[in-house]
Every structure is written in structure tokens, then in C-alpha cells.
Ligand binder design. Sequence first.
Ligand code: PEP
Ligand code: CO
Length: 448
Amino acid sequence: MTWSPDSWRQKTVGQDVAYPDAEALARALARISALPPLVTSWEVEALKDKLADAARGEAFLLQGGDCAESFDDCTSDSIAVKLKILLQMSLVLVHGTRKPVIRLGRIAGQYAKPRSADTETRGEVTLPSYRGDLVNRSPFTEEDRTPDPELLLKGYQHAGMTLNFIRALADSGFADLHHPEYWNIDFARPSKYWEQYRQLVENIRDSISFMEAISGSDSRGAQRVDVYTSHEALSLNYELAQTREVPHRRGWYNLTTHFPWIGMRTCQVDGAHVEYCRGIRNPLGIKIGPGMSAEWLGELLEVLHPDNEPGRLVLIHRFGAGKIADQLPKAIEAVRAAGKQVVWCADPMHGNTETTAEGIKTRRFDRILDELEQAFDIHAEMGSVLGGVHIELTGENVTECTGGSSGVEDADLHRAYKSKVDPRLNYEQALEISMRIAARIRGQSAQG
Ligand code: PEP
Ligand code: CO
């Protein structure tokens, strides 16, 4: 079947949304189509080049951010704090790995969520599930839960506003390594990991001034950073509205984001999401979980990665701490058998979600760390490279995941639980995990 930007319409659309007013939907999409792109093909290709380095173990991918962004969080503080934690973590990782770190936010467009049930029932009332701010609203009323096409346009606008602020911060001095104190977070408490971080920052500052003194010039490379965006390409109507050909390049680009990914619930080989993604030139992620067989993965590689283009495909594995030892080796073998090169990226969050006795969704820091440790071990044992991590986190002081040095316990979960969907690591937990990863990679290369 030949591909076109809307050939996916011939396929089964997983997680489809029933918009009651088709004309309003068409109007909103036409407006998005007419608006300028949020990212450029140059940036998209630059990210692909860097991902090719990560596939070879010459760079490390840090993909992180909210499970679901909300429009209400499109504020100066909220965006700045997300950027701060990404920058802090990437600094820790650069220091630990001695490799370039690719900063890829789940940000500026992570507004659509797959749900395991189409409806939600409370008491006598059944309404459509909340599917993210791009689709409907979370309050439990019929009006709020009815899919509203205007939200697609709002999603584009909020992604644009978020990205505008990120770009300005990343370019204009905020990200300057000469001043890592700009990234400090007001509420950071004295703790083992905070102290370690401060020490590391001092060392880096020292090294930079040493290099500048020796070379007699300033380290221009240290004054700005690249930050890329990613989101789950779930709402294909939205993605399609900004899928374009660009002058001087071959093929079609999704210009709502640098890096779309296919979620685990929509990665059927003959489904609409795979059909859409196979035809775009962006680098892509696929989430792979316990239900995916070697044959299935082999078929996905054939469809989504036929040319084995360097940097094209990131396999984000999320098996869970209890299943990774059984599942990951089979996936590595399948990729090898297909003769493909991919970036392997560990998502230690989505296979480790549990519900407390009080019915609160949480994740335990120990399980998250355990899955990560196993991922490093298995890749190393099999002569493969773990090229990155994918983490749900926030720079805020929330209590959504338990454990780690932050000491959040089940009883604290109600205190500052803000996520409308999955639980995220809070600031301290995120910093701690980056230190653990850095220590792990450093240990590995010291042995190697
Ligand atoms: C997610 O990344 O928020 C998500 C829904 O993940 P998965 O598709 O891996 O379940
Ligand atoms: Co999630």
C-alpha cells in the first residue's frame, strides 16, 4: 500500500476519539494546517544525527517530562522548573558519562493520553474517559468530557508558547554553564544528592575557568544548549495537520515535534499509528512492553525502519522490573536477527505502576532503579548498548512516587499528588536517579 499523510485513515485507529461535530473538527484542523510549524526539518535532522551517535554509544539520550502536560501548567514557573531539572540531570549525566547528552523533553505537546477504558463510571454516571487536554477536560461532567476540537487548536498554541519560552531560555544565557546557579531550584533541601550535585557543579565551573585560562578564550560551547521536544503521536488528526513537505528535502515531516513516539497501546503493525509514522522522516520512538513478541517486533522494524537509517528508531523498553530479565534479551535478539541498528532506551516507569491499598496509582523508586540496573546489565552482557533513559518526572516537589532519599511514603501520596495520569518522580527523586545512572555508566566504562 502506498503511503500518504492520511493513508492511516484506511486502517484501524486505536484509541480513536469520537468527535460529535465533524465540521467543527475539520475547521479546527484546517486552522492548524494553515499555521506555521512548531519545529523545523533542520532541527529534526540534527536530532536524528545525534540519535545515531547514541545508537553507537557515543551519546546518551535523556528523555523526560510529564506523563501528561496540562494547559494550566503553561506558566513561566512550571516551564522553567522543568527545564531546570532536565539541565541539572543532563549535567550530571555528561559529567558521569563523558558523552554528549541529548535532552529530549516530554514537553510542548504531550497533551494526548491513551486510556485502558473508553469510559469512566462514578456511582450511577458513566462518561468518556479523560484523554488529555488535547481531547477533553478532566472534571467529571458531560460537558467537560465531551471531545472538543477547539482543544486541538489550543494544544498547538500551548505547545508553541511552551516551546518559545524553552528556546529563549536555552539560547539566551539561562543555560550558560558559567552560571549553573541559574538552574537552582528554590525548594531544594539540603540532602546527600543535592550536596553531591553542588560539588559536581563546582568542579565543572573550575574546569571551565581552567580551560578558558589556558586557551585564552571563552568556552562558547558552554553558553547554550539544545533542547528537543517529543510527544506520543496519538491524535493522528493533530499530527496530520502539521505534516508537510519542506523545500530542499525529500519526504514528509511532522512539524509539531522533533520526536513523535508510538505508545504501547497503538503499536499494532497494521494499525493507523504505525501506518502514519512509517511515512514521516522524523526520528521515532516505539514503546515496547511485555506483550510484544519477537515476530511482532521484527515486523515493526521492517515497516518503520526498512532502510536502517542511522538515528531513525528508538526502542523504548518498559517491561517492568519483574519481567525485563525475561523479555529484553529476546528483544535484543530480534533486532539483531533483523540486522537493524536502533537506539535502546530504558523506560523504567511504565512497567512498574502499582495501586496502593487506598487506590492511589504510584511507583516505587526501588523498582524503578531495579529495572534500570537490570537494563544496564542485560545490554552489557549481550554486547548491546543502552543508549538512553525515558523518565516521567517533574521539577516540582510532588509526592507521586514513593521511596528514594526523598523519603516519600504511601501515607504522603495524598499530600502533593498533582499528576492527572501517571505518577512522576519529584525533583529530588529525579536528581537522585540521574546520579545513580551516571555512577552506573562511570563504573561500567571504568571496568571496560
Ligand atoms: C506514556 O508514556 O505515558 C505511556 C502511556 O506509555 P506506554 O505507551 O509505554 O504505556
Ligand atoms: Co505515562
